[in-house]
Design a binder for this molecule. Structure first.
Ligand SMILES: C[S@@+](CC[C@H](N)C(=O)[O-])C[C@H]1O[C@@H](n2cnc3c(N)ncnc32)[C@H](O)[C@@H]1O
Length: 206
């Protein structure tokens, strides 16, 4: 029997510590800067898609943001983040859901995704993600994936690499690309992974 994606991720969070997975960041600096530099209103509704047990939510709470949602396919990832935050976790909305099945109940001002979108490798999944973003993102879209100079796999799974042109092509109908940052991420085991961070602003539709 093949392992489902959900099982894969539950296994990762059951068996590996943050220092044993490649994507861990002590400070999610670029994500934070892209949010802080563009969105000073602390009541904006922010979702971190595939947030896992990233510290982004901790830093956003510390900055005073009051309306944060973290979504992940793995319940163990979410439980880990909740335990780490303790009582502060009550100030966050947590959603355990496969992004392919996500049916948002409302819109989000800011949609952030670092290294979850790139796991979508089938055209219909990518189209579905683009439709979700088109319908449910009001202001800012921050997408970070492995770049075309990055690895072809993440956590042992195939991924889709992105260039700025490929990102723009997917989202340009509804989003204006403001900047694309390429970043070498140094993994906890001292290897290098090249990421792209694309920052988009929602176009004002007539
Ligand atoms: C490489 S990790 C990145 C975690 C976090 N964003 C970060 O930057 O530290 C990918 C995360 O996406 C989640 N994920 C993978 N596929 C997903 C899906 N289809 N729906 C929701 N989350 C997913 C995984 O459970 C994992 O937490």
């Amino acid at each position: 029997m093949t392992t489902s994606f959900k099982e894969h991720w539950e296994n990762v969070y059951a068996n590996k510590t943050p220092s044993e997975v490649s994507w861990t960041q002590e400070v999610p600096k670029t994500s934070l800067e892209l949010i802080l530099n563009n969105s000073t209103d602390k009541s904006l509704n922010i979702i971190d898609v595939g947030g896992g047990d990233s510290l982004l939510v901790d830093f956003l709470l510390a900055e005073g943001y009051t309306n944060i949602t973290v979504l992940d396919i793995s319940s163990l990832a979410i439980i880990r983040a909740q335990k780490r935050l303790g009582d502060l976790s009550n100030n966050v909305t947590w959603i355990v859901c496969d992004i392919n099945d996500f049916k948002p109940k409302h819109k989000y001002d800011i949609w952030h995704d670092r290294a979850a979108f790139h796991f979508l490798t089938e055209e219909n999944q990518i189209e579905n993600y683009v439709s979700l973003v088109n319908e449910f993102v009001e202001k800012q879209l921050i997408l970070s994936t492995f770049s075309t100079n990055g690895p072809l796999k993440c956590s042992g799974l195939n991924i889709t690499q992105y260039s700025s042109e490929k990102m723009d092509e997917l989202f340009k109908e509804n989003f204006q690309m403001k900047e694309c940052i390429f970043e070498d991420h140094i993994t906890p085991f001292n290897t290098v992974q090249n990421f792209i961070f694309c920052n988009f602003e929602k176009r004002n539709n007539p």
